[in-house]
Design a binder for this molecule. Structure first.
Ligand SMILES: Nc1ncnc2c1ncn2[C@@H]1O[C@H](COP(=O)(O)OP(=O)(O)OP(=O)(O)O)[C@@H](O)[C@H]1O
Length: 242
């Protein structure tokens, strides 16, 4: 591996701006994210997190984006709703569009990895919310993305299922080490999973924190708690009542 490969970032943004009807949402954002880094993107509601993610995912109108950004070739996107096609069985949702001869075997393995090995042949409509999200995660990771863009993937799940999904996502990401950008409202989720936490405010990256805590992380760790309070305050939460 050359020095260039080691240090070249997976994602770069240079003066990226996006406005809707003349109102600036992203304001000349410049950023480098290194390969394999797990980045959590926080920000108040309406601060532009989804807008930024959609731009990187190629889901926005290129003509409307100013500035320049680069992402790797293989990008997977995970949304809050699992977006499984209801007329395809779970395994066919996973293999849809996959061009590899062992697609079914690989999909079955991935389903096993997310604890859904017995659900391959059922219809998505028969799955619980957590199971759908696990299937969606399996579908994303089956594509072996270099970059995983996740927009509040666990936002609609109950607290217990969320915690299980955190552990699952962390375990699967550790195996393949894609670069991850996770949009979340949940400060604890960001602190439990991410190496780096970005705070979006007024269209800019207002804060950029490195999280050096080892895994598994404990919410009771003093550094965890200190950063948690700081992030909550930045999000406008009165921290004396949380
Ligand atoms: N297609 C659109 N047309 C007009 N305005 C838009 C469009 N998409 C987003 N916006 C505006 O851009 C701003 C940022 O929206 P965005 O969804 O990126 O915020 P967010 O940080 O992801 O919010 P939330 O945390 O509530 O999901 C909002 O004011 C929103 O109304």
């Amino acid at each position: 591996m050359s020095v260039h490969q080691i240090f070249s970032p997976a994602v770069t943004l240079r003066d990226v701006s996006r406005a809707f009807a003349g109102r600036t949402v992203l304001d000349r954002i410049s950023l480098d994210i290194r390969k394999g880094q797990f980045v959590a993107l926080l920000g108040e509601s309406g601060s532009g997190k989804t807008t930024l993610l959609r731009a990187l995912a190629g889901l926005d109108d290129d003509a409307e984006i100013q500035g320049h950004f680069t992402v790797p070739d293989h990008v997977s996107v995970l949304f809050q709703d699992a977006r499984l096609l209801p007329w395809l069985r779970v395994i066919d949702n996973l293999t849809l569009g996959l061009r590899r001869s062992d697609a079914r075997e690989a999909a079955q393995e991935m389903l096993a990895a997310v604890g859904l090995d017995d659900k391959a042949d059922v219809w998505p409509g028969t799955l619980s919310g957590g199971q759908k999200q696990r299937a969606a995660l399996a579908r994303s990771l089956l594509r072996a993305p270099d970059l995983l863009l996740a927009d509040e993937p666990f936002g609609a799940l109950d607290a217990l299922t969320r915690l299980k999904m955190h552990a699952l996502l962390f375990r699967l990401v550790e195996l393949r080490k894609p670069t991850v950008i996770l949009v979340t409202h949940d400060v604890d989720e960001a602190l439990l999973l991410a190496d780096r936490i970005l705070m979006l405010k007024d269209g800019r990256i207002a804060e950029d924190h490195r999280v050096d805590l080892s895994h598994p992380r404990r919410t009771s760790h003093p550094e965890f708690e200190a950063l948690r309070l700081r992030l909550l305050r930045s999000l406008g939460v009165e921290t004396d009542i949380v």
